[in-house]
Design a protein around this ligand. Structure first.
Ligand SMILES: *[C@@H]1O[C@H](CO)[C@@H](O)[C@H](O)[C@H]1NC(C)=O
Length: 303
């Protein structure tokens, strides 16, 4: 019955940003959060490779020890700051049991981010930058996520969801604004940008070893070559999909229904091609060009 009540509440607007109702409610308690200079924040728009980067960073912090990485589900190992859903420990609760140095996750836009993270100059690993080919996959992936995760409102048809997505009327608001403002932050803060190429997807880049090395360097650690190879293997999409500590199947089915669409769905770029109609694609391209016109990264094909 509790779950019945919690299913598909409308989004709530906070400072103009639409959010999952429960996450909006978590922002008050989040004010008491205090960042530490040795925290590391993984900041992404939803469906942009967050779990993959979280898994890599946890493996690095555990010295490549697989058993230690199986100690708890990914959302317990890497507290999700604004997370709050009835019946599951909130991000703030999870934080209490998280020893430093901590890995933290957020999808919040800067307007809603606790200022303490910026004051402490916490290192930030960002999600993929505004690569257009990637962005269309985010839209498709987000639609499937709305379908299976019932803390979101009903997404409606793909066409109506796409309209809402382009207008920034989905949870966490505008993708365009999110990536642009976090990119701006990289000029003044210690921010690591991902090294995605044009046709790569964040959760399964073609050169994961290069990305893992970059992350190691960013966090000032080193691991033996064999350990890095093991990490490449263990953080592959195929492995993570069948890892119950990474694939979100420990979440009650009432909240995430993997039979509708698994959390770890495809892990590849180009899925949009089978979803977008020609008309949707044209409309989308025009909208993208307009919204990203002022962004220095918008049309780079490779980073
Ligand atoms: C998650 O992992 C478990 C354990 O390997 C597996 O049985 C299940 O099929 C996976 N779930 C999804 C949705 O991929």
């Amino acid at each position: 019955e509790l779950i019945q009540d919690t299913s598909r509440p409308p989004l709530e607007y906070v400072k103009g940003v639409p959010l999952i109702k429960y996450f909006a409610e978590a922002l008050g308690p989040l004010q008491s959060f205090r960042a530490r200079p040795d925290d590391l924040l993984i900041s992404t728009y939803p469906k942009s490779g967050t779990t993959w980067v979280s898994q890599i960073l946890d493996m690095i912090y555990q010295g490549g020890d697989l058993e230690k990485c199986r100690r708890a589900p990914i959302f317990m190992r890497v507290p999700f700051l604004e997370f709050k859903v009835p019946g599951i420990p909130s991000g703030m609760e999870t934080l209490k049991d998280t020893p430093a140095p901590r890995l933290l996750k957020t999808h919040l836009p800067l307007a809603l981010l606790p200022q303490t993270l910026l004051d402490q100059k916490v290192k930030v690993r960002l999600g993929p930058l505004p690569l257009q080919v990637f962005y269309v996959d985010v839209a498709v992936s987000y639609y499937h996520f709305y379908l299976m995760a019932k803390v979101h409102p009903d997404p409606g048809t793909w066409d109506s969801f796409l309209e809402k997505f382009m207008a920034g009327e989905v949870s966490y608001g505008s993708w365009y604004q999110h990536v642009q403002e976090w990119w701006e932050l990289s000029h003044t803060h210690p921010v690591l940008l991902p090294l995605l190429r044009r046709h790569e997807r964040a959760s399964a880049p073609q050169n994961p070893k290069r990305e893992i090395r970059k992350i190691l360097e960013f966090v000032g650690r080193s691991l033996p070559e064999e350990t890095v190879d093991l990490m490449v293997q263990h953080t592959s999409f195929k492995e993570m999909k069948k890892d119950p500590m990474a694939n979100y199947t420990t979440v009650p089915q009432e909240l995430m229904d993997h039979s509708i669409s698994p959390f770890m769905r495809k892990g590849m770029a180009g899925d949009w091609k089978t979803t977008f109609t020609v008309a949707q694609n044209e409309c989308f391209d025009a909208d993208y060009a307009e919204k990203m016109a002022g962004c220095s990264l918008s049309f780079r094909s490779e980073l």
